[in-house]
Design a protein around this ligand. Sequence first.
Ligand code: SF4
Length: 347
Amino acid sequence: MRQFDYIRPTSVVDAIAAWSPGAAYLGGGTNLVDLMKIGVQQPGRLIDLGRLPGLDRIEMRPDGGARIGALVRNADLAHDPDFAAAYPMVAEALLAGASGQLRNMATVGGNLMQRPRCAYFQDPHSACNRRVPGAGCAARGGEASGLAVLGWSDSCIATNPSDFGVALAALDAVVEVEGPDGGREIPFAAFHRLPGDTPEIETALAPGELLLALRLPAGAAAFRDHARYLKLRERTSFAFALVSAAAALRMEGDRIAAARLVLGAVAARPWRVSAAEMLMVGHKPGPELFAQAAATALEGARPSGDNAHKIELSRRIAIRALTRAAGGTPARLPALPACSLGVPADA
Ligand code: SF4
């Protein structure tokens, strides 16, 4: 039995004051507690955020933006009718993540703080630079079929496991944080770090900083009519993505006025390439245009092991997501959202 302190503060100020090196903030616990059970994370102090007031609110803003408290449960956000109507791609991504039970428990803040789903990371007996800096990476030369094809380094080839984050990246979300030195905002695009030589530093959060809320900017709802999130996984009912894509278009007449395309599960952060989006602007939607956008989004992709197939899968799911977005957001999200490549195009 390994002992640790357990604290339940009732204010953000107290939560931050309770933090010290080796401590961890606890949201829904669906990732952290699992990792504690298998000995991958061993915080000396758990700071339970469950009693912090006001962090479980969803605020819809008249300018088309929204603010989502970090303690909102994934299921509550996905099923909020106003939120799902304004940001169907985000709701679809949330519903694609985990199982119903986990979505009921997991928080949106915790979703963005998930640790890698690399099997070697989850095995305390394997070498892992994220767990022990400088220890090496057992995934290099190991089983890497689900790991990164973009932005990886020799130090780490893990991918970011979040579905939600892929949709947030497409809508230019902003992360609000509070820490020992005060509050600040982090553009979502800069929130997750690529591994480089320091894969153990996974986010832009400074020590002790606490994620308070996510903000979708004014105008984010303008993509509501043409927005989809698709996810390919080995088991449709409940599995992390092999690859995924968020695609959104703002149409003016029959032309694309603005485009968003983000790939998931290909890198240590959601993968967005602005050149791939810009090349679609001013054009009519179509297969050739979408193939060009997908190819541009995947420029520089290379296998990190036995995973070259992920490059082709990513290309296909990007084209499929753009095609479905162009076809229009369904009035009702599919019963099994984020369906795999083999289902009918209107699903
Ligand atoms: Fe660890 Fe990254 Fe290597 Fe996986 S890929 S073992 S997370 S260093």
